[in-house]
Design a protein around this ligand. Structure first.
Ligand code: SF4
Length: 321
């Protein structure tokens, strides 16, 4: 059984209210998205900024409310839970953010930040057990007990991300949504954090939904990758298949922009015309058709389904069979 099964998830934000407070239009940030994550696997999620990937990650941990669909976690629908029930289940489902500084209380020491997570879920009884657990968590993320009494502003960006990871680990999660966790870090620090996440996954069997706009980062850490455009998944396959034989024209364009070391393997750069359309008024038919170099008349009227074009390789394109 998958650890997480997302079915037909929609997150539509109202943007204009009528005379009686009724929403007239909606931003379709996430529009009918379905996928699953196996225990212990990393599923990568890529797309340009504004494509809906961050909203999707936050909807899964219920930081934003889904408009429709289900989020089955260990077989239970999180979208249907509220209050204490939701808080209890959410322990197993954590999130780490692009800007750990923004999510760490500047008035709390590291010990208090991590200890708070333990206290909420009553995971350490007594002061000495609590402190021992905090020190273990610091060690697990490459810090040590000397950091426990310090405040977030005393750390570098990479160290702050480690604190955010320690806080997530404190509650023994089975899935962590990693929302662009390395995008704000230097390249050398990015590699350290990614290696840390991989080591923790091997030790603890944690699954990740790893969100990034950089396909090379996602490919490195993920077993499978899904590509999002204008609120929809347009391609989902093994990471190697996405990189070596992308089938959706949008994925091909994303890959053509990735710099490569070997000039022999350089792809021809595909420049997409125009900007990403508004998610309030997405184009009819295939949402990518105004920018697609392969668009046909059919693409302007008929929405392509996300279908299996090859075993394990799903694509949302009329031309991908
Ligand atoms: Fe391009 Fe048509 Fe395929 Fe959409 S369905 S990606 S417009 S070829």
């Amino acid at each position: 059984m998958p650890l997480l099964e997302v079915k037909n998830l929609k997150v539509h934000f109202p943007v204009e209210c009528g005379p009686f407070g009724r929403a007239r239009e909606f931003v379709k940030a996430v529009d009918d998205v379905s996928f699953d994550i196996e225990p212990g696997e990393t599923l990568g999620l890529v797309g340009e900024s504004g494509c809906g990937k961050t909203t999707l990650g936050r909807a899964i941990v219920r930081l934003v409310e889904p408009s429709a669909g289900s989020i089955l976690f260990e077989g239970e629908d999180l979208a249907a839970l509220s209050g204490a029930e939701l808080r209890a289940r959410r322990r197993r489902l954590q999130i780490i953010f692009q800007d750990p500084y923004g999510s760490l209380n500047p008035r709390m020491t590291v010990e208090e930040i991590i200890g708070e997570a333990l206290d909420i879920h009553k995971l350490a009884e007594g002061e000495s057990a609590r402190r021992k657990r905090i020190y273990e968590l610091l060690e697990a993320v490459g810090l040590d007990f000397t950091h426990a009494e310090r405040y977030p502003h005393e750390f570098s960006g990479g160290q702050r991300q480690r604190i955010g990871i320690a806080r997530a680990l404190a509650v023994e999660p089975k899935l962590i949504v990693c929302d662009e966790p390395v995008s704000a870090l230097d390249v050398s620090v990015q590699a350290q954090i990614i290696n840390l996440l991989q080591d923790l996954q091997q030790e603890r069997g944690i699954a990740y939904l790893f969100i990034a706009h950089d396909l090379t980062v996602v490919e490195h850490i993920s077993r499978r990758v899904m590509v999002m455009y204008l609120g929809k998944i347009v391609e989902l396959a093994d990471a190697k298949a996405i990189v070596n034989s992308p089938r959706h024209p949008y994925t091909q364009a994303l890959l053509s922009a990735v710099p490569v070391v070997d000039p022999q393997s350089r792809r021809q750069r595909l420049l997409l015309p125009g900007d990403v359309p508004s998610p309030i008024h997405p184009p009819p038919g295939c949402p990518f058709h105004p920018r697609c170099p392969l668009a046909e008349p059919l693409c302007q009227t008929v929405v392509p389904s996300l279908h299996e074009a090859a075993p394990g390789h799903k694509v949302s394109c009329h031309l991908a069979q």
